[in-house]
Structure formats: C-alpha cells, structure tokens
Design a protein around this ligand. Structure first.
Ligand code: PLP
Length: 359
C-alpha cells in the first residue's frame, strides 16, 4: 500500500502568487504588507532578544497575551497569540470542527479559508459576494445548516476591501445559532474609516460563540515576524490553547509585538499613509473610468473580469507586482512609495487598449 495523504488535500487550490515578470519589482503591491521596516523601538527589542535566542520564548506566551489584552481592554484570559492570525484560524477550526462538519464563508474572500477548513476536516461552503464585493449576510445566514460548525466573516474583506458595519455584524450574530462559531477576521480593521465600524470586542459580551482574529502583520508592519491574536470568551480561548503549540510565537516576534504596542506612532503613520494613498488610488481609478470596490483596507479591488490579467501584465511591465485572480479581478496593495505614478502609467496603457470590462 503506497503512502497516501488524506484524499481531500487534493482538492486544495494552490495559494496564488504575484504574476511572474521579467521586469524587477520596484513597487510591491501584491501582498498587503506595510510599506517600511521596523520602528527603532521594535528593532531594538528584537536585537536585544537575539542575544538570548538560544532560550525558548515564554511557555504559553502569557506575557504577550497579557500585553495585548491590556492594550485592548479585555481580560488576559480572553486572548491567545500565535504565529500569525492564519495559524490561529487553523487551530480554532481544528478545535471546533467535527469530522464531516461544514464551515460557511464569503467568496471571494481570503483564499486561505477553504484550505484551513479542509485542513480541519470540514467542508467549505462559499457564498458569493454581492455585486459591490461585500458579504451577502442573508445568504451566509441561509447557508447555515445542522452540520455547520462555523461561519467566517472577513471585514474588511480580502480581496474586495469592503467592510461590514457594527449593525450588520450585530444583526448577523443574532441570527446565528449559539452552537455555531462565528469567526470575525479583522486583519485589516486598522485601515477601516467607515461610519459604523464593528466594535467586535463589545459583541463578545453578548455572544459566547464569537472569535475575533487580529494581526500584527498589516498596520503594525510585522508580517515577516508572524504574530496574530484571537480574542474570545475565556472558555473558547482555553479550548484553543489546549491545541496551540507551547511556543506558538517565537521569541523575536514576541518582544517585537510587545514593543509595537508601546509604539503607537509607527502604526499610526502606516495607517495614515494607507488611508491617504487609498483615496489617491481611487481618484486615479475614477479618472480612468475603471471600476473598483469601495475599500476600507490597505488594498483596492478592481473587478475587471477577463481583463484582470491584462492590467496585471501592464503593472508587471512597469515593475508593480499585484495579485490577479484570473477572470475575476485584480488586487492592488496601497501604501507603497512610488505606487501612484507607476500605476497611473499602467492604467493609461490599459485604458488606451480598450473599454474596461466589468464582471
Ligand atoms: C483576511 C486575512 N486574514 C488573515 C491573514 C493572515 O495574517 P497573518 O499574517 O496574521 O497570518 C491575511 C493575510 O494576508 C488576510 O488577508
């Protein structure tokens, strides 16, 4: 009998990458990262901890969880940290999905979701977004059935950038049975400037089935160090901690995250740059008559359908890496220096080549 992996792993799509190009990348607009490196305070903390990198991080990561909890104004036992919020999503699903369960999620949303869901032995149930790129909350609620273990909401949504309001999420939670976990992925929350932003931590008081995921990868600029956290009721956190590795966050990431929390100006600078450049990018798209979804994230989604690859190619020729979902759209990260002029040239070449198509 040959060595055989679980058959459902054959159903997993490959994670998408930036388009390959012969032109060197000078504007990295494909991965929703922060524009510049570590703040001096974070760098100093990391370098200092490097001296004792032969030592394990703190068992269970309690100090980091306590620092995050203090920052958020929740109890320390309501927080667990991990090596990125994606890793925590895996553990949450592993903890709550019984074999044969299903997990409902919006689509298109973060492409890792179906992978995490299948990894947990569950079946992904994708519910198509509304034409404006936002979650179809009525459709998501209707897709919940007796076998549903969890629903994943992503706000702002990757890759469409649309955000849910507090009212929408509160109403949605009211419609989900208590036995179904609701995972609210807020990786891009810091960039959201909408009128009624989700106050997810308040919602935990009423909803024992809510898990909030956040990350240091985006607004804190620590993507390469890998730190994310979940906030939930203490019972849920305790459950997830049972299967988290004992050293879920490495020692350098641990001190970096604590130092980043104490350095709010750095985060504020990253957010301010994104919000300002996002408005400029959307104005540029308006000027070229190119459709986009209203973004509350550090990227903008252009639903160009069959012409998405063409614009991706134009960008690549000008040294801008982007993320193209062929036949659907193209996602362009904002906040990187040099994006505006290069994108302006790419859009001009694209617009000259034909009338933009929408999906
Ligand atoms: C919606 C969403 N959630 C989670 C993640 C993963 O974040 P982390 O770096 O914390 O694993 C990403 C990364 O791009 C994302 O887009």
């Amino acid at each position: 009998m040959p060595l055989t992996p679980r058959p459902e792993l054959g159903l997993l799509a490959d994670y998408s990458t930036a388009l390959a190009s012969a032109v060197p990348v000078r504007v990295r607009a494909s991965s929703n990262e922060a524009r510049d490196g570590l703040s001096p305070a974070v760098r100093a903390a990391v370098v200092a901890r490097l001296e004792s990198a032969n030592r394990y991080p703190q068992l269970g990561g309690g100090q980091l969880a306590a620092a995050i909890a203090a920052h958020l104004g929740v109890a320390a036992d309501q927080v667990a940290a991990g090596d990125g919020s994606l890793s925590l999503l895996n553990y949450v699903l592993l903890a709550y999905c019984r074999p044969g369960a299903s997990v409902v999620h919006a689509w298109r949303s973060y492409e890792a979701y179906p992978i995490c869901i299948r990894t947990a032995g569950a079946e992904p149930v994708g519910v198509a977004n509304l034409p404006d790129g936002s979650h179809d909350l009525a459709g998501l609620a209707a897709a919940i059935g007796p076998g549903t273990a969890a629903v994943i909401l992503c706000s702002p949504n990757n890759p469409t950038g649309t955000a849910l309001s507090h009212t929408q999420v509160a109403d949605f939670l009211g419609r989900v049975p208590d036995s179904v976990l609701v995972v609210l992925d807020e990786a891009y929350l810091d960039f959201c400037a909408c009128a009624d932003p989700v106050r997810s931590l308040e919602l935990l008081a009423e909803h024992a089935n809510l898990v909030v995921l956040r990350t240091f990868s985006k607004a804190y600029g620590l993507a390469g160090l890998r730190v994310g956290h979940l906030v939930a009721r203490a019972e849920v956190v305790r459950t997830v901690r049972r299967i988290l590795p004992p050293f879920a966050v490495n020692a350098l990431a641990e001190v970096a995250a604590v130092a980043a929390l104490a350095d709010p100006q750095h985060r504020a600078g990253i957010v301010a740059d994104v919000v300002a450049q996002r408005a400029e990018v959307m104005a540029l798209l308006d000027a070229h008559g190119i459709p986009y979804a209203a973004s509350e994230a550090n990227f903008v989604w252009l639903p160009l359908g069959e012409r998405s690859t063409e614009l991706g190619g134009r960008c690549a020729e000008l040294g801008i890496s982007t993320r193209v979902f062929a036949g659907e759209g193209i996602r362009i990260t904002v906040g990187e220096p040099g994006l505006l002029p290069a994108l302006s040239d790419a859009l001009a070449a694209y617009a000259d080549a034909g009338v933009p198509a929408t999906t």
